[in-house]
Design a protein around this ligand. Structure first.
Ligand SMILES: [Zn+2]
Length: 686
């Protein structure tokens, strides 16, 4: 593999220029033909209803008859009648890339999703589209924001339930199961394709009772045991109530480090703890027993298609050994460390990250003895490793298309995108050599996204001490100082970031954001104007320029920029309130009302701008709406006397019978601001 980036994964229809990619080319290219038309299939009676259950963060050794330290009776009962793959591998140790592989049949280099929060492009055909096209009723119930509809896996599902309680980024298996059971219960005669995703074993580990007590000190296994109980409920209900024969496939999206090779969670390395996963098939035409041939979970795609009568190629119902591939690109795409690719064939697993590591995963499942010097690897395996394309750093899409709240939701799950794509580094380290920084990075990024800058600073300093060319950490440190008002330190940190990446647009953008915050804000304008002229969709630059325009008193320009930002990215409540404020300043009542009402719809009871809304409706002579808005202003509001004054005005204008009492109340509770207003108010004169 080359240290320098190759072109990004090709969109459908464009063939990537591979070398001798005998083994895996098909897995890197999109399936030909779209989901469309009725494909050749057996008669409808024979087609089974299909249940796909994906278990998040579930290690292969934490579930099933060979699990250690935990009993999983529901999974074991299914395994006793099904085909269990003991050497199954995820395509990537992250939720969205791994699920995208199961839904497209492609490795991440093929479908282009290398990290969470980068949506699967609409051009790739997905499994549910094919099944719906073949007459299946399709439903999905996912338990984490990482798989929310916006990330591209909802296509083809008649029903896609990604609903989470306000402020939550995940939901438990019991709730997801409850909702999924409702979907199975329908009376429709056509076969069902149901995908249920459980998230429980993902950190933080907080199993429900009785598992919390039973697994005290081992909460990760407690989460798995609790999930297994729900899996049992779900599978039993599906077998009872889904129409026709029933097929079930269960797979994890990746495992969990739990300290192996220095990794606590997952996403940074390619060892067995995170890449080897449980995979089980139960259903028509599936022989029972355990299989030791290495397989990729991307073949869930082919297997489900096979059951649905859409073609048997690569189905796991038959044996077809191939070289199994996998990648872990997060450290590369976020920090510029070495890209990592793995290939497994037979008992040999090779990991390429700069140097080559080889393990006999049957004799040495802990991967403690590197056989690189002695093991004879096949040509297919070597070629597959060399030919696996590494994504381009330049083509990396930042997560800035997400709103503030969404970035926080991801951060609460431990996923924070890089502040900027890294530069190509001559000193790029092997990720495994940087394991001591994994937890620090996660913690620092989480604090940063939650705007706890003072707490983030010492962690970012430690990261930079251990990895001096880490642009992400340098930019976050500079931005943290800037937000804390420590100007000299911020400027020094920006200089360091510029030294790491002299050509970076991102560094210039963040520097401009720094100027925009402080007394030097006029210096930001030309920097931002240039960036926006060169890249008109650069969200952070647009946001900073909107702030500058406001400070310059160019309110209409600021409004236009805000509207452009909102068109590029679904606005959150804070952005809508900001736009509402600008519109009020510009005297644009309709736009102000519209923005604030949208914010209210998002925030519900937490909305704190009913007084402004009331004033706006009053100005627009929409008195009943003004009354309702002002009635919602709580007595604890800082400007409650103003709300009483405005409400009394509305009362007179609406000719309410209690208008005199309202005027009296406004007088009685008047403050410095409202006293003269009340005294001069003609409406209040008898
Ligand atoms: Zn996951």
């Amino acid at each position: 593999m080359r240290a320098h980036p190759r072109p990004p994964a090709a969109p459908p229809g464009i063939v990537i220029a591979f070398g001798a990619l005998a083994v895996s080319a098909a897995a890197l290219l999109p399936a030909c033909g779209r989901a469309a038309g009725p494909a050749p299939s057996p008669s409808p009676v024979e087609r089974p209803s299909i249940l796909l259950v994906t278990l998040d963060t579930t290690r292969a050794d934490a579930i099933g008859p060979e699990a250690s330290g935990v009993d999983t009776p529901a999974f074991n009962a299914l395994a006793a009648r099904g085909r269990r793959f003991r050497q199954a591998y995820a395509t990537a140790p992250e939720t969205l890339p791994s699920h995208a592989s199961m839904m497209t049949g492609l490795y991440p280099a093929g479908h282009g999703v290398h990290q969470n929060a980068r949506p699967l492009a609409a051009a790739y055909p997905v499994l549910a589209e094919a099944l719906r096209g073949a007459g299946y009723r399709t439903g999905a119930f996912v338990s984490s924001f990482v798989l929310a509809r916006r990330f591209g896996l909802a296509r083809g599902f008649d029903h896609y339930d990604d609903g989470l309680a306000a402020g939550r980024a995940e939901r438990g298996a019991a709730e997801t199961t409850e909702r999924a059971l409702g979907f199975i219960g329908g009376a429709a005669p056509q076969p069902v394709f149901l995908w249920v995703h459980y998230f429980d074993p993902h950190a933080p580990y907080l199993p429900p009772e009785p598992y919390r007590t039973r697994f005290a000190g081992r909460p990760y296994l407690g989460e798995v045991a609790a999930m297994d109980e729900q899996l049992g409920r779900l599978a039993a209900a599906f077998e009872q109530r889904a129409p026709g024969p029933v097929a079930i496939v269960i797979a994890a999206d990746h495992g969990e480090g739990l300290g192996d090779h220095g990794e606590t969670q997952h996403g940074n390395l390619l060892y067995q703890s995170t890449m080897r996963v449980p995979l089980l098939l139960v259903g028509p035409g599936v022989p029972s027993g355990a299989v030791d041939t290495p397989v990729s979970t991307r073949r869930v795609f082919h297997t489900v298609r096979d059951w649905a009568g859409l073609g048997a190629a690569s189905s796991l119902r038959a044996d077809a050994a191939d070289v199994v591939l996998g990648e872990a690109m997060k450290p590369y795409l976020a920090y510029g460390w070495l890209p990592q690719v793995m290939a497994v064939e037979g008992r040999h697993k090779a990991i390429r990250a700069g140097t080559l590591e080889v393990y006999d995963v049957v004799a040495d499942p802990g991967e403690t003895r590197d056989l690189a010097a002695s093991a004879g690897l096949s040509r297919e395996l070597r070629n597959a490793l060399l030919d696996y394309p590494v994504p381009s750093l330049q083509a990396t899409t930042p997560t800035e298309a997400l709103g503030v709240e969404e970035r926080r939701q991801l951060a609460s799950l431990g996923y924070v995108g890089a502040a900027a794509p890294p530069t190509v580094r001559r000193d790029a380290p092997r990720p495994v050599d940087m394991a001591r920084l994994f937890d620090l990075q996660e913690k620092a990024s989480g604090l940063f996204v939650r705007e706890e800058y003072a707490a983030a600073v010492p962690l970012l300093q430690r990261i930079l001490a251990g990895d001096p060319h880490n642009l992400d950490a340098a930019l976050r440190l500079a931005t943290a100082y800037s937000a804390l008002g420590q100007d000299a330190r911020a400027v020094a940190a920006f200089e360091k970031a510029l030294a790491i990446a002299p050509q970076s647009d991102d560094v210039r953008t963040y520097l401009a954001l720094h100027y925009a915050r402080g007394a030097d804000w006029p210096r930001a304008a030309p920097l931002l104007e240039r960036i926006v002229a060169e890249s008109p969709d650069r969200l952070p630059a647009l946001e900073a320029l909107a702030v500058i325009r406001q400070r310059q008193g160019r309110v209409e320009d600021a409004i236009a920029l805000r509207q452009k930002i909102d068109a590029l990215r679904e606005p959150g409540a804070a952005e809508l309130v900001a736009l509402g404020g600008l519109a009020m300043q510009a005297g644009r009542t309709t736009l102000a009302i519209d923005s604030l009402e949208k914010a209210r719809a998002l925030q519900g009871a937490a909305f704190a701008h009913d007084l402004e809304l009331g004033v706006l409706y009053l100005a627009d002579r929409r008195f009943p709406e003004a009354r309702d808005a002002l009635d919602r202003v709580p007595e604890t509001h800082r400007d409650y006397p103003m709300a009483l004054f405005k409400r009394a005005q509305v009362s007179v204008l609406l000719q309410e019978p209690d208008k005199d009492a309202r005027i009296a109340r406004a007088r009685q509770r008047a403050d410095e601001t409202t006293r003269p207003l009340i005294a001069n108010e003609r409406l209040f004169r008898p």
